[in-house]
Design a protein around this ligand. Structure first.
Ligand SMILES: Nc1ncnc2c1ncn2[C@@H]1O[C@H](COP(=O)(O)OP(=O)(O)O)[C@@H](O)[C@H]1O
Ligand SMILES: NC(=O)c1ccc[n+]([C@@H]2O[C@H](COP(=O)(O)O)[C@@H](O)[C@H]2O)c1
Length: 195
């Protein structure tokens, strides 16, 4: 069986942290990070607000991300070996791909491929605090969080909800180990025991 699991949600919600735990815990588990598909800086539009528009779907090469997912779907063991993931001989028929990113559920061609979609949230103040300690390849200019990042998060989340996308919400302020336990338990109940 092949399972694609989405770890989506707000910037600095703890997606990468949770994904690392899943990779350590699940058999034959590969990952694709949406952040790896940002377009080059000179292709990022500048908005009327003066900010580079990083937090919109158009800033990502989603066709390339979809191609990567298709390569996994075509041959998970080959994909795993190419990415240094050992294929466990006892579980040859279970393969899991974790997609991790802040705009996972806004790209229609991927939407139906998920077996389970998780969505991490943290309140505005905590998100802003975490973001202020983070250094991206392109550092945030002053005002980006309030002027662009948070408004775009709210917009895409609203669209996701209005579109009826089925997600399991996770409280990103809970301790890391508890979040990992919650997701592993949910995956076992919803997918891995029911195949
Ligand atoms: N459950 C948690 N509780 C508190 N802080 C967390 C938790 N998960 C992650 N963090 C911290 O929040 C920041 C962003 O985490 P990260 O996993 O990189 O988020 P994302 O991938 O969603 O941007 C990091 O400093 C990380 O250590
Ligand atoms: N990786 C990059 O090249 C890059 C550049 C500028 C901004 N970002 C930021 O990355 C964020 C998404 O990643 P996280 O969900 O890991 O925070 C976006 O909010 C975006 O503003 C990333």
């Amino acid at each position: 069986m092949k399972y694609i699991v989405g770890i989506g949600g707000v910037t600095n919600g703890g997606k990468t942290t949770l994904t690392s735990g899943l990779l350590r815990s699940l058999p034959n588990c590969c990952v694709v990070h949406q952040d790896d598909f940002f377009k080059p800086q000179d292709q990022i539009a500048v908005g009327k607000d003066g900010f580079k528009q990083w937090d919109v779907l158009e800033s990502l090469d989603m066709e390339a991300m979809l191609s990567t997912v298709r390569a996994w779907l075509d041959n998970p063991p080959k994909f795993a070996r190419a990415h240094g993931v050992p294929v466990q001989p006892g579980l040859p028929d279970t393969h899991i791909l974790v997609l991790e990113g802040f705009l996972l559920y806004s790209y229609k061609p991927l939407l139906d491929l998920y077996s389970r979609r998780y969505f991490l949230t943290v309140p505005y103040e905590e998100c802003k605090r975490r973001r202020s300690t983070r250094s991206y390849e392109v550092p945030d200019p002053p005002g980006l969080f309030d002027g662009h990042v948070w408004p775009m998060y709210l917009k895409y989340q609203r669209e996701m909800e209005e579109g009826g996308v089925d997600v399991v919400y996770l409280d990103g302020t809970r301790p890391r180990a508890e979040l990992l336990h919650q997701v592993l338990e949910d995956l076992h109940n919803s997918l891995l025991n029911c195949s």
